[in-house]
Design a protein around this ligand. Structure first.
Ligand SMILES: Cc1ncc(COP(=O)(O)O)c(C=O)c1O
Length: 432
């Protein structure tokens, strides 16, 4: 049993610890003999979840009227997206449809586009980022590896910022954004963050809204990917950043993104972006160079299938019924297997796709490596930090949605044994 300052292995005599390690190694040998093949690596909806949206595939047929509120669906034009799809996206994000562009199926693609525009053409009347020396993005960590990969791919310097229980460490964010004109952006997942599940507090949102950046071309990349993805039935409201900016006197500070990737079909959803009216003028002209008009059949199908925010909420309640038992299983297995030992901590999200797990210092790579040897693939250790470098090598992202409940249970049983063994071995090594 752990105490406040020592874990259970630290409290053991060396003989007890050696016996524990031998016992855990026997368990690991038994697991190895099972020849498992399980995947907990990426946050993908399960087959039952994607099946929920199959009826959408019948919404657009050769019989469907291909006009949306007077706009053609079957020809060029309507560069901002169909009116009904823009209204749907605006309701999901809680913003004015006039400031929304629906474009393509991937919000990550829109984030990449927005950076490309700033990098190549420049924004807010400033020189392109490509001509301003090394520019920087703040990366609340643990965070989303694909965000960090986008900024890194431009040669932007990713700067980690600690993630707290109510959002990023805002003292650090304010200090860096307000003092360093090379800081041009910050990656934020404000609701059910990837991977912590954190919902930013009102105070954090207000501090973002009142930032006074040193760089006029600094923007917050507000990726509201999980805006409607609660799974407990009890929504945790997120203060609307544009409302907070309005209260603070306005300004061009935020690009907000969203998609239906985890409402309907990943890779075949609809993606959207919103920003201040002035920023939208700029983004629209950037999009106009990239393409004549967006794909619109999928937009029409989404509008006909989901209809409005109530339709989205009904769909998300169906997802929640599938997702919730998986997160409950994670909580139960980790609590039963690890809580008393005091060797790990993890988050308890009420929405989103992930649980963020922290083991002892120096354990994450070893844990994920041994899991792989035993046939269970997890997100690579370090992936939640810029450049894959977790400074304390503690963090592991658990993605419980894709496997079946049986597979997930089996994977978690292996995980618990592996975490115990790695922690016990680390303690033993520290005594050698
Ligand atoms: C925070 C976050 N943003 C964006 C995405 C990808 O969204 P899309 O498929 O719309 O590009 C994901 C997918 O896991 C995510 O976790």
């Amino acid at each position: 049993m752990a105490t406040a300052d020592k874990n259970a292995y630290q409290l053991m005599t060396t003989a007890e610890l050696d016996a524990t390690i031998s016992e855990l190694e026997r368990k690991v040998d038994d697991i190895a003999a099972q020849g498992l093949k399980l995947d907990m690596a990426r946050g993908k909806p399960s087959p039952e979840q994607v099946a929920l949206s199959r009826p959408m595939l019948d919404m657009v047929t050769s019989e469907t009227v291909l006009v949306d509120e007077g706009m053609p669906v079957d020809n060029y034009g309507v560069p901002d997206g169909l009116p009904s799809a823009r209204r749907l996206a605006a309701q999901i994000l809680g913003v004015d449809p006039a400031n929304v562009v629906v474009n393509g199926s991937s919000s990550l693609n829109l984030m990449h586009d927005a950076i490309t525009n700033a990098y190549v053409r420049g924004i807010a009347g400033c020189k392109p980022w490509s001509q301003q020396g090394t520019v920087k993005f703040l990366c609340p960590s643990p965070g989303y590896d694909r965000h960090f990969a986008v900024s890194a791919s431009f040669g932007i310097e990713n700067v980690p910022v600690p993630m707290r229980a109510d959002g990023p460490d805002m003292d650090e964010v304010v200090r860096l954004v307000e003092s360093d004109p090379q800081v041009k952006g910050i990656w934020c997942v404000p609701k059910y963050a990837n991977p912590t599940g954190v919902v930013y507090s009102d105070e954090v949102v207000r501090r973002f809204a009142t930032l006074k950046p040193a760089a006029p071309d600094f923007r917050i990349f507000w990726d509201n990917a999980y805006a409607v993805h609660g799974f407990t039935g009890e929504d945790e409201p997120l203060l609307n950043i544009f409302d907070a900016i309005g209260e603070a006197g306005g300004g061009n500070l935020v690009y907000e993104f969203g998609s239906t990737a985890k409402v309907t079909f990943p890779s075949s959803g609809i993606a959207f972006i919103t920003a201040s009216p002035i920023d939208m003028v700029d983004l629209r002209s950037a999009f106009a160079i990239e393409r004549v008009s967006p794909e619109k059949f999928s937009q029409l199908a989404h509008a006909l299938f989901l209809k409005d925010l109530d339709g989205v909420k009904a769909q998300m309640a169906r997802h929640a019924a599938i997702v919730r038992p998986r997160f409950e299983l994670v909580e139960r297995k980790l609590t039963e297997g690890l809580a008393e030992l005091g060797i790990a901590s993890w988050t308890h999200p009420k929405g989103g796709y992930f649980v963020s797990f922290d083991g002892p210092e120096g354990s994450a790579k070893k844990t994920v490596g041994l899991m792989k040897e035993l046939g269970v693939i997890m997100t690579g250790a370090g992936a939640t930090w810029p450049y894959g470098v977790d400074p304390h090598d503690t963090n592991i992202r658990i993605a419980p949605t894709y496997p079946s409940l049986d597979e997930l249970g089996a994977a978690l049983d292996v995980f618990v044994v592996v975490v115990q063994l790695v922690a016990a071995r680390l303690e033993r090594a520290s005594r050698a």
